[in-house]
Design a protein around this ligand. Structure first.
Ligand SMILES: Nc1ncnc2c1ncn2[C@@H]1O[C@H](COP(=O)(O)OP(=O)(O)OP(=O)(O)O)[C@@H](O)[C@H]1O
Ligand SMILES: [Mg+2]
Length: 300
């Protein structure tokens, strides 16, 4: 059996019971972002996606990181083709989607998103059509880079909601505030949720969440929601070393327990949508990304 066939077989063997699962008629698009780098966005995005998949959801992860494409590193995979090849016109999105044995699909980014904003209108339309064909997903998770670059902000604002990953470090808290400011200056009502990662315990995590929410309220007049807390956990570090998602490698770890709690809360708060849009959700997402990027260029 070649490697691809082996992976497919592993996927088929996964104990996913999809028959009694509520399917959404349109995907929910969530951007994972942070003010400061290295806070655990990619680790969160991948493991969150897997936890949703384990609950029977069909999940696509877009590697929107503009630096090193590090989803690949976390999963120990080397994609042959990436968004770059799609932008060059050599591949379609379907050609480059990686189906990994953990039960999620991935679009490898490899800096492709940095070039998106500069495409001409013909290439943009082709890409919107290409993205529109991917309409089978319940959740689309965008792993963005850190910081307040216009590209990151556009990737977030085009989504349905944004999760701001923050750690208890003071610099992470202030950078989260800066990011929340940049996002809500452009859209005050944009739904933001705070995830506290690498917390010593629940109490520390909650305190940090409260701090981020309170300074946002005081200085910006917006109140992001607290989504949950993930403990700093040695098992996460070990999983990174062996390039396996912690939710699979250490399912009974503290971090996995925390992730399970967040996943349950998200599913409970994501009722089946009856929305039926003309373009698919993902096509609409890219279209909105272009519009926001163009508005940013004019605003400069
Ligand atoms: N809950 C946790 N407990 C312990 N270590 C963690 C936890 N979450 C993430 N880490 C560690 O933090 C490091 C950075 O994680 P990750 O690459 O996910 O961050 P990032 O925000 O995506 O970084 P970048 O901004 O470079 O994209 C990794 O080495 C990972 O092992
Ligand atoms: Mg990352």
């Amino acid at each position: 059996m070649d490697q691809a066939a082996g992976l497919r077989k592993l996927r088929e063997d996964l104990p996913l019971i999809r028959s009694n699962v509520v399917r959404r008629t349109s995907a929910k698009i969530i951007a994972i972002t942070s003010g400061k780098g290295g806070v655990g966005k990619t680790t969160f995005a991948v493991n969150f996606a897997i936890s949703l998949a384990r609950e029977g959801q069909k999940v696509l992860v877009l590697d929107g990181d503009l630096g090193l494409a590090n989803i690949n590193v976390i999963l120990g995979i080397i994609p042959k083709f990436t968004l770059y090849h799609v932008l060059k016109g050599n591949k379609t999105l379907r050609d480059i989607i990686l189906q990994i044995p953990e039960g999620i699909d991935i679009i490898p980014g490899a800096n492709g998103y940095a070039q998106l904003a500069d495409l001409d209108s013909i290439s943009r339309d082709a890409l919107i059509r290409d993205f529109s064909e991917l309409d089978e997903y319940d959740f689309i998770i965008i792993d963005t880079g850190a910081g307040i670059s216009s590209n990151v902000i556009a990737l977030v604002l085009a989504a349905d909601e944004g999760y701001i990953v923050t750690t208890p470090e003071p610099t992470s808290i202030t950078d989260s505030y800066g990011l929340i400011k940049s996002i809500t200056q452009r859209n005050k009502n944009f739904p933001l949720k705070v995830v506290i990662n690498k917390a010593r315990d629940e109490a520390e995590g909650k305190k940090v969440a409260r701090r981020v929410i309170e300074i946002s309220d005081k200085f910006l007049g917006v109140r992001p929601e607290e989504l949950g807390v993930i403990y700093k956990d040695e098992d996460v570090e070990k999983s990174i070393l062996v390039q396996k998602p912690f939710f699979i490698n250490s399912p009974r770890s503290k971090a996995s327990e925390c992730m399970q709690k967040i996943c349950k809360a998200v599913l409970e708060n994501s009722p089946e949508s009856l929305e039926n849009t003309e373009t698919s959700k993902l096509g609409g997402y890219i279209k909105k990304f272009f519009q926001i990027s163009d508005a940013n260029k004019v605003g400069k």
